[in-house]
Write a protein that binds this ligand. Structure first.
Ligand code: XMP
Ligand code: MG
Length: 180
């Protein structure tokens, strides 16, 4: 049995789940799919910060298409309304009407964040919207989300690395680690 390298982040221990090599090979495959699907179009990638920064940089540099790349953040705040917590999009200054949008996200967990983001993006009348998510936890899903490009389906356990953090730490790890 190969020894597992355990790492400590703050008060928690994590073990390797997906290596850098496996991640990068999978991202290269997704890049080829996107290149094929968007021939003769000029997609606008919307990168959801902070978590998707490494996935996005690894992905877009492998897609030799004419494209635009923009970055958003989702602010959490509570609004007293039936839908509960609404996450406002910060930084979307582009006119996305009529554009082919590809949202780049780190992980779709319950899917609630993505469902809300999608409905706000769709209100701006893009020509099309596709989602590329590095990770997906199918067992955690609470609402249907159509992910066009998925890196890896993973178990319903907390993960860090490759952009994802535990309390701000771990984003710079070049592999994905799961809570031990
Ligand atoms: P939902 O549940 O709305 O979650 O799909 C989406 C956002 O929650 C964060 N998230 C995680 N972050 N490890 C992380 O570091 C995880 O296992 C994890 N699960 C969810 C993430 O920001 C995602 O965009
Ligand atoms: Mg995120």
């Amino acid at each position: 049995m190969t020894p597992q390298i355990m790492i400590n982040i703050l008060d928690k221990k994590f073990v390797p789940l997906i290596s850098r090599e496996v991640i990068e090979n999978r991202i290269a495959a997704i890049a080829s799919e996107i290149e094929k699907d968007y021939q003769n179009r000029c997609p606008l990638f919307i990168v959801v910060l902070n978590g998707a920064f490494l996935f996005a940089s690894e992905l877009v540099k492998r897609i030799p298409l004419s494209c635009e790349i923009t970055f958003i953040k989702l602010a959490s705040y509570n609004k007293t309304q039936s839908t509960g917590s609404v996450r406002e999009i910060i930084g979307l200054n582009d006119d996305i009407a009529g554009r082919d949008i590809i949202i780049i996200e780190d992980i779709v967990d319950t899917g609630l964040t993505m469902a809300q983001l999608l409905s706000q993006i769709n209100d701006l009348e893009p020509a099309s919207v596709a989602i590329a998510s590095l990770l997906h936890k199918p067992d955690a899903l609470q609402t249907e989300v159509d992910i066009r490009y998925t890196g890896f389906n993973i178990e319903n356990k907390f993960v860090v690395g490759y952009g994802l953090d535990y309390d701000g730490i771990g984003r710079n790890l070049d592999a994905i680690y799961v809570l031990a």
